[in-house]
Design a protein around this ligand. Sequence first.
Ligand code: GLN
Length: 538
Amino acid sequence: MSQTKYIFVTGGVTSSLGKGIISASLGILLQARGYTVTIQKFDPYINIDPGTLNPYEHGECYVTDDGAETDLDLGHYERFLNIATSQDNNVTTGRIYHNVITKERKGEYLGKTVQVIPHITDEIKRNISLLGEKGDYDFVITEIGGCVGDIESLPFIEAVRQAKWDLGPHNSLVIHLTLIPYLSAAKELKTKPTQHSVKQLLEAGIQPDILVCRSEKRLPMDIRKKLALFCNVNINSVIEALDAETIYDVPILMRKEKLTERVLAKLKMPAKHEPDLEQWKSFLGRLKNPTDEVTIGLVGKYVELPDAYKSIAESFIHAGAQNECKVNLEWIHSEDISASNVESTLKNLNGILIAPGFGERGIEGKIIAVQYARENKVPFFGICLGMQCAVVEFARNVMGLKEAASTEMDSNTPHPVIDLMEEQKKIVDKGGTMRLGAYACNLKKGSKVHHIYNSGLIHERHRHRFEFNNKYKEAFEKEGMTMAGTNPDTGLVEIVELKGHPWYIGTQYHPELKSTVLSPHPLFVSFVQAAVKNKKKS
Ligand code: GLN
């Protein structure tokens, strides 16, 4: 195996500059030159993983095939690079400390004082090299969450300094993502915040090799020269990152700025060939030249923060482009839906998606929305909690089980159509204990999903505790709700469909976690087609 090269991406001046998108863009550009790449994210918070965080705190929790609950940036990595990531791709301060403390209790440091340096930094370095050692990667890109100068990211920055030293020259480099603010009163772009953030990196012993500068305006030559001179980088290593129309334009912008050429030259790697971006560009072409337009309602309770449903929103972008159709997402708060306003709230939608979620708040609004979609034959897509709501609605309004509920919302319901499995009942700890990660699912011959997937066996990712209660299976099927997908090992219901409805699918799993630019998810593609059809009909 050739020596893996390590690229570290740090951020300065402010958070939310898009380190994840820059990392993913660099990843796809390297891939397009024929290199193998993976991306890793270090998060400096104490939670072992983001699974225990409220979506308002940190946006969506992204789940990998191996069942890791991770940062939403991993979703960008997968969507851009079309590769699967794993637990090794996301490590928090909490996990680092947990590993060190577990080793300490086992006596692995017997006789020693366990300290931030070297024990915590060694554990961080072990996690940096893990991916390079396990996989046959030419490049491992490691994104350090947070901002340079934050107290909590100090051990990570120190570990990067040491890793650079350990790896030796030309085997690693640091890209610093920074902000060049524009002061409209002075009509000037300002470099000082960047100079200060580079100084902070230098204080930690790290000289950045490349500056990627987020800016609203183009960086003129004098500003580039100033940044190069005061931050000790080559002038051609000052890369402009203008605000882009969509995140999917960023690889093209970075290509124009020759980011990959700089990286390859510094790491003494051959440029191989021009990046092959044909498929990417054809995706962008379809995305930007739609011939149709639909409006889909996304009914959820975290709608104030669109990052809470990041993967769903991105899946619609992929599926829309595939259909050359612009998908307008209307974010609808489930707490605002009632029996009296449901018609006026939902009547202009071409499709309705009920989002995943936890807890009782907003649940009745979701159930009312399902009923509207079912009765009015509006294309309906229920994901995880959305599917569970579909089951409850059907039980109550078609099967006449008026008090049917999920035991998550009503533990005393006489009709627990959604319930905990026996093994879940024994679980006390909340972190990492849901049904997580990829599970197999058999699709029923003749079902809509069998046709859409064009396969009898699929693997999809899960993140939930509650399940369809199989005691009610026959009763549901008798009334027309079919169990179109089941787990081959446990018999758990993974998909429900409705007979006589143009498009009504509920999935216990999260299809949005597997949609990528190059491989849009078939269910989203089909749902958008159904919405187009529905629009034409009305
Ligand atoms: N709250 C539900 C459960 O735990 C659904 C979870 C989800 O939508 N991800 O089963």
